[in-house]
Ligand binder design. Structure first.
Ligand code: ASP
Length: 605
């Protein structure tokens, strides 16, 4: 595996008048005897009275400095003693072999016997320790992000990000993609979230929207004949935030003309394999593919984590109409097998039951069946189902003696979602989500439209420009309400280890079909025209068939490094309230600025 980031610093020009002749990660045993100059931050010092050591840190590593009463001059020794954590210093000295070596540090064989020391800038005591493991809480780290960014794990992430962007650009340019910048001050693009809006001073009462994605622009670029477009681009979505969401985030946004779904899957499977190979040294095998319907049936999720099995088994035929009212009244009875867990104690089962009953999961209860090693069964529904019946369940679910079967029942969609959560939880408890194991998957043929009971309207499952599958086009143009619910989209997601990494679709490129889709989504003709007239207009001037995909760049960084939060791969992230804690934004603006924009704030309620 190729180490990323800190391992191979470029050699510095050796000019003794410069701040440094070497980086802090560079010196080895073969440099012993050399006179060197280093600059960096004081990570920590250890003062033994007659001897003192300082760890000097920069982006490339840590080098130990040594000062001694015996060898250093007295003024130098005193000066070293006054250094505080995070002081920026420059030292000159000789590389010597350490008497006690540190095998955990690349520079651990040597230290610098310092002869000159200058303080380039003193520092206040940092509010948290600047080490790999810090004592700083999230908000503090974000407020002092410049200090947090000094920590090696965060720096490694940022360097990784830069290298990933570079490899993406190399690969896509090699495939003839052109990087095109699209504007940030635009009109709403419907990706399903709220827009951030920007008032226009020159057009009072009018607003730009920041792009939720460059979707319409990249389609227009295909109409323009650019053929293959990409952009590593910021997108803005004003939605409620979670740990893995940011109001501004980055996509690798792509579009291709004259392609089918197959071309897109192959191209971007190629890109994904390339970045795993070059940055992680991992050769991914061809990606499996799964239809959306199967993903929901077998995993209760459109982004299953395939690092482990534990597929769902539906038990309606064996469990319903046997007198157990919970099952009899349920639309779906469905279970999973936790291999080798029949020894779960009463307490563990109760805990798990409480876990699924928490409001976040929302199950009404949990049925368990222990398939004991001796072939007998113990179950919470033993009263209704004898061993023979339970053996029938075990056979259908593929359970063996020693396994634990966990079963939920209720309304189909909800129950699948709940069992998905339980499956993931069991995966975690059983240690089945192995670090360093990467399991990509294409999920295909999402529904085109999603019926919203409350609002009594359809939403686009992907976005309004997504084409139905070819075979569904005529049904879409002529079909009734029920038909609309069953339409499939030419849409696909790339999932890795249960995280959605990318999503895209083949687009509608025909004006009439696009108009029909807007109508189904509840746009009047006038609304469709005023919002997307430019796109439908472009479709009348020779639009080629086209399609594309966008990868969540921040999330790809996190997943490739086995981390769940994208925050530490973003140099200056926002917190869960959407605030930048360092610059303290958002913030009020001056009344004059509001006047200039012809805006007035409503009094607070
Ligand atoms: N614009 C879409 C998104 O942001 C991606 C695509 O369809 O290419 O999810």
């Amino acid at each position: 595996m190729r180490a990323v980031g800190l391992a191979q610093p470029p050699a510095l020009q050796k000019n003794i008048d410069m701040y440094r002749t070497h980086h802090c990660g560079e010196l080895r045993i073969e440099h012993v005897g050399q006179e060197v100059t280093l600059s960096g931050w004081v990570q920590k010092s250890r003062d033994k009275g007659f001897m003192m050591w300082i760890d000097l840190r920069d982006r490339y590593g840590i080098t130990q400095l040594i000062f001694s009463e015996e060898k250093s001059d007295a003024a130098l020794f005193e000066k070293a003693r006054e250094l505080g954590r995070e002081f920026v210093i420059q030292v000159k000295g000789v590389v010597i072999e350490r008497s006690s070596k540190n095998p955990n540090l690349p520079t651990g064989d040597i230290e610098i016997e310092v002869s000159e020391l200058s303080v380039l800038n003193p520092a206040k005591l940092p509010p948290f320790t600047i080490e790999d493991e810090t004592d700083g809480g999230d908000d503090l780290r974000m407020k002092y992000r410049y200090l947090d960014l000094r920590r090696s794990p965060v720096q490694k992430n940022i360097v990784f990000r830069s290298q990933l962007a570079l490899e993406v650009r190399k690969y896509l340019s090699g495939q003839d993609f052109v990087e095109v910048e699209t504007p940030f001050l635009i009109k709403s693009t419907p990706e399903g979230a709220r827009d951030f809006v920007v008032p226009s001073r020159m057009n009072p009462g009018q607003f730009y929207a920041l792009p939720q994605s460059p979707q319409t622009f990249k389609q227009i670029l295909m109409v323009s004949g650019l053929d293959r477009y990409f952009q590593i681009v910021k997108c803005f979505r004003d939605e409620d935030l979670r740990a893995d969401r940011q109001p501004e985030f980055t996509q690798i946004d792509c579009e291709m003309a004259f392609v089918t779904q197959e071309d897109i899957l192959n191209t971007f499977e190629g890109l994904t394999k390339h970045v795993f190979k070059t940055l992680k040294g991992i050769e991914l095998p061809d990606f499996p593919r799964m239809f959306y319907d199967d993903a929901m049936r077998l995993y209760g999720s459109d982004k299953p984590d395939l690092r482990f099995g534990m597929q769902f088994t539906e038990l309606n035929d064996l469990a319903k109409d046997k007198g157990f009212v919970v099952f009899d009244s349920a639309e779906l009875v469905v279970g999973i097998v936790a291999e080798g867990q029949a020894n779960y104690t009463r307490k563990q089962i109760d805990q798990l039951t409480d876990w699924v009953k928490r409001p976040q999961i929302g199950a009404r209860g949990l049925v368990y069946v222990k398939y004991n090693e001796d072939g007998s069964f113990k179950s919470s529904v033993g009263k209704f189902f004898n061993d023979e019946a339970l053996k029938g369940w075990a056979d259908k679910m593929g359970a063996q003696p020693g396994d634990l079967m966990l079963i939920l029942a209720g309304e189909t969609d909800k129950t699948r979602k709940q069992l998905n959560e339980l499956r993931l939880e069991m995966g975690r408890r059983m240690g089945l989500m192995k670090e360093g194991d990467f399991k990509p998957l294409w999920v295909l043929d999402f529904p085109l439209l999603e019926w919203d009971e409350e609002a009594e309207r359809f939403h686009a499952m992907h976005h309004p420009f997504t084409s139905p599958k070819k075979d569904d086009i005529s049904r879409m143009l002529d079909g009734d309400f029920e038909t609309m619910k069953s339409l499939r989209a030419d849409a696909y997601d790339l999932v890795i280890n249960g995280a959605e990494i990318g999503g895209g679709s083949i687009r509608i490129h025909d004006r009439a079909l696009q108009a029909k889709n807007f109508k189904l989504l509840g746009f009047t003709e006038e609304e469709a025209e005023s919002q997307f007239g430019f796109l439908m207009g472009a479709f009348e001037y020779g639009a080629p068939p086209h399609g594309g995909i966008a990868f969540g760049f921040d999330r790809l960084c996190a997943v490739m490094n086995g981390q769940s939060s994208i925050r530490d791969f973003i140099a200056f992230p926002k917190n869960n309230q959407g605030r930048d804690m360092m610059i303290d934004a958002p913030a009020p603006v001056a009344p004059e600025q509001l006047d200039e924009l012809r805006l007035e704030l409503l009094p607070e309620e």
